[in-house]
Design a protein. Structure first.
Length: 392
């Protein structure tokens, strides 16, 4: 009888174990539809601007700039007025190279522009160096109104000196931890003589349209404040470019979605994988993903994949097979920090020997690249996030 009881107990235990084994399930979370999701939700991005206490407007009144003032086109005068209005009470106005401030109305500035000496060259690096040193000690924005053209004046072919000029600009802006900048590109009437890279004069028969620029330098929070201003208050620039205003640390802080973290596995390793980054902060919602990349943790590039930005998200579709010798895969989505190409190509000219056109500016690419190298080059990525998941 006792043996029968023991047999029955053993049988019951075996049945229970069998039932448990049959009903056992894997509690590892799963990325449904192979969509691996990360988010910026809950990440604080500190890019709030702060209006500076004072500002200064410096006008390049060299010979190459005067044709903008000889036309009946009011766009340049209106731009100066709007920039002045941003901080009308505590704004000083100067002509480059003249230590005496201009005290008249902007609308009457033409007469004083004509009185300024025709500088044979505009030394951007010298102006930048002086401005950067001042910004280190004062809460201010310094605006520089210019045609953006660097010149050797009567000292030879400027094109041969562009690499050196880029280095000078870079050196003049380096070493200032909180320094930021901006370039606002405008278009306005141009009537008079144009001096090319070899300082040869081209007398224009008719008035044409030419680009001109406001270059702004200030502490990071001040230039962030400038970036927050609406286009109308800036007299509607055609294009804007800002340097060193991003919170790069936060740009790298997106995290895997929910409680899945690094532990979730793909639903089906035989299907394509989609990496999704949601809740982009406003500063990243319109970034260019043309040169974005996906790489394994060892640096190997995933090729033939699609990366698009839409609906406040970046979606990366991995079309190639995922190869890994380990159970856990890490893939980095990286968007490089780089200059928009239009500033280096479409709006830049390195040979103006045939005279001016209505779109490009001689040496603009050199000017912009020098500023970028000084203020942005240490930040190789504009955005970076590691997507980690298990294959099975």
């Amino acid at each position: 009888m006792r043996k029968k009881v023991i047999v029955v107990i053993v049988a019951i235990v075996v049945i229970c174990v069998a039932v448990k084994l049959c009903n056992r399930h894997d509690d590892t979370p799963v990325w449904e539809n192979n969509e691996v999701i990360a988010t910026f939700n809950g990440i604080s991005v500190d890019e709030k601007g702060e209006k500076p206490m004072t500002s200064k407007l410096v006008i390049d009144a060299s010979g190459s700039m005067k044709p903008y003032f000889y036309t009946d086109d009011k766009r340049l005068i209106n731009t100066l007025s709007e920039i002045k209005n941003l901080n009308a009470i505590d704004k000083e106005i100067y002509f480059l190279g003249n230590p005496k401030p201009y005290t008249g109305l902007i609308k009457n500035i033409l007469g004083d522009v004509r009185k300024q000496p025709n500088l044979t060259e505009t030394s951007f690096h010298e102006f930048f160096k002086t401005a950067a040193n001042e910004i280190d000690t004062v809460s201010t924005i310094i605006y520089f109104v210019t045609d953006g053209i660097m010149s050797l004046g009567n000292n030879g072919d400027t094109e041969k000196a562009l690499v050196e000029f880029r280095g000078r600009i870079e050196s003049s802006l380096k070493g200032h931890a909180d320094l930021a900048g901006a370039i606002l590109r405008y278009e306005g009437g141009f009537k008079g003589d144009y001096w090319d890279k070899q300082n040869r004069k081209h007398t224009l028969k008719n008035e044409i349209q030419r680009p001109y620029y406001i270059i702004a330098l200030g502490k990071r929070n001040a230039i962030r404040w400038l970036a927050e201003q609406n286009n109308k208050s800036l007299n509607s620039p055609e294009n804007k470019l800002f340097f060193n205003i991003h919170d790069y640390k936060s740009h790298m802080s997106a995290r895997m979605n929910g409680n899945k973290g690094d532990f979730a596995k793909l639903e089906d390793i035989g299907k394509n994988v989609k990496l999704i980054l949601n809740d982009l902060p406003s500063c990243l919602q319109n970034i260019n993903t043309d040169h974005a990349s996906l790489r394994y943790s060892d640096g190997e590039l995933l090729k033939g994949d699609t990366i698009i930005i839409e609906n406040n998200s970046i979606t990366s579709l991995i079309n190639s097979a995922i190869t890994s010798d380990v159970d856990t895969v890490k893939i980095r989505l990286s968007v490089p920090n780089e200059l928009p190409q239009d500033w280096l190509t479409t709006w830049n000219c390195d040979d103006d020997s045939q005279g001016p056109d209505e779109v490009s500016t001689f040496s603009l690419g050199t000017l912009v690249q020098g500023m970028f190298n000084a203020l942005e080059q240490e930040h190789e990525e504009l955005l970076g996030i590691d997507f980690t998941f298990k294959m099975q």
